[in-house]
Design a protein around this ligand. Structure first.
Ligand code: DGY
Length: 325
């Protein structure tokens, strides 16, 4: 008699190759229609499952975790960010939590550069002009944006993605300024200018890119006071988490002209984003697609599976175990 496979509940519809491996190695319940679970439904659906494979935005908060059935031993999130999982509540229930670091670094840094360029070079206005048939031809003063090459880029959060963005920005001969909890060693810093206090970096940023995770400390960190410390005409880029920005303050600064533009891939409360963004021509907006390449989404899924397999099939510590801070 063959032993039954551990049971895994997939909260979202994952890429085909990922679901194939999930179904081969586990007794998996997939979600082909990608229906969103709320907390109570998720807790109910998890009855009898050993593991949950979830994604950014799933409500694995303390209330949901308290309600999870005793069968659940592991939550593997298909994301590097894990603010949607209450890791401390999971630890209390002895539920392991894992995430997917490293594999989405390049794709997300690429999107950060796209946001930076799109905002600086007025890409939204350009594409709208074409698509609304209102382009009357080349004009000497048409859609003049901000030069990127040689400017100063301030990076808040110099982890893997921040460093990968710096790498790309150096190809544009940008000067890198950064703030991080800890200063990088010289070989990783590569001449970037470090600020122990991120507020001190702001006056030196022609561009400010948010690459820090969402934590109680970073919640609404980009507020009116800090935006006022940025030079007039600066550009804000956010590819980390929407909650790091105070939307009202950012929108006001984009309207007043204190900021030239913003390039944003992530929003507080997404997909119900602040209505104020829709009317702003100087906001280059993307729908949280930093990691959206076939290669990256497969790699994220395979990493989530590496973790589930290590723990549920082999009884090992998940390689990307997340610990409560
Ligand atoms: C993550 O992994 O945290 C991303 O935001 C999802 O693309």
């Amino acid at each position: 008699m063959t032993a039954s496979k551990p049971r895994v509940l997939a909260t979202r519809h994952f890429p085909p190759d990922v679901e194939t491996r999930l179904s081969a190695n586990f007794d998996a319940k997939l979600n082909p229609e990608d229906k969103l679970y709320d907390g109570p439904l998720l807790a109910k659906a998890a009855e009898g499952f050993d593991g949950i494979m979830c994604a950014a935005g799933d409500p694995l908060n303390a209330e949901t975790i308290v309600r999870l059935p005793a069968s659940v031993r592991m939550i593997a999130t298909f994301s590097v960010g894990y603010e949607h999982v209450d890791v401390a509540a999971a630890a209390k229930r002895d539920i392991k939590v894992s995430n997917t670091p490293d594999v989405l670094t390049d794709a997300t840094a690429d999107i950060a550069m796209l946001c930076l360029l799109g905002a600086a070079r007025r890409a939204h206005e350009g594409t709208s002009m074409l698509r609304t048939h209102s382009w009357i031809g080349w004009e000497p003063t048409q859609l003049m944006g901000v030069h990127v090459t040689g400017k100063r880029l301030g990076i808040l959060g110099m982890g893997r993605i921040g460093q990968a963005l710096a790498e790309r920005a150096r190809a544009f001969r940008m000067t890198i300024h950064y703030s991080n909890r800890t200063r990088l060693p010289t070989d990783l810093e590569k001449g970037a200018i470090f600020y122990a206090n991120p507020d001190d970096m702001l006056p030196h940023c022609d561009f400010l890119s948010i690459n820090a995770p969402m934590t109680p400390t970073t919640r609404k960190w980009v507020n009116a006071e800090r935006i006022a410390r940025l030079p007039k005409g600066a550009i804000v880029v956010n590819t980390a988490r929407g909650g790091v920005v105070d939307d009202e303050a950012l929108i006001a600064a984009l309207k007043s002209g204190h900021l030239f533009a913003a390039g944003i891939d992530v929003f507080d409360g997404e997909p119900k984003i602040h209505q104020g963004y829709y009317g702003l021509q100087n906001a280059f907006l993307l729908p949280h697609m930093g990691s959206a390449t076939v290669e990256t989404r497969n790699a994220m899924g395979f990493k989530a599976l590496d973790n589930l397999e290590a723990f549920l099939l082999r009884g090992q510590t998940p390689p990307d175990l997340v610990k409560a801070s």
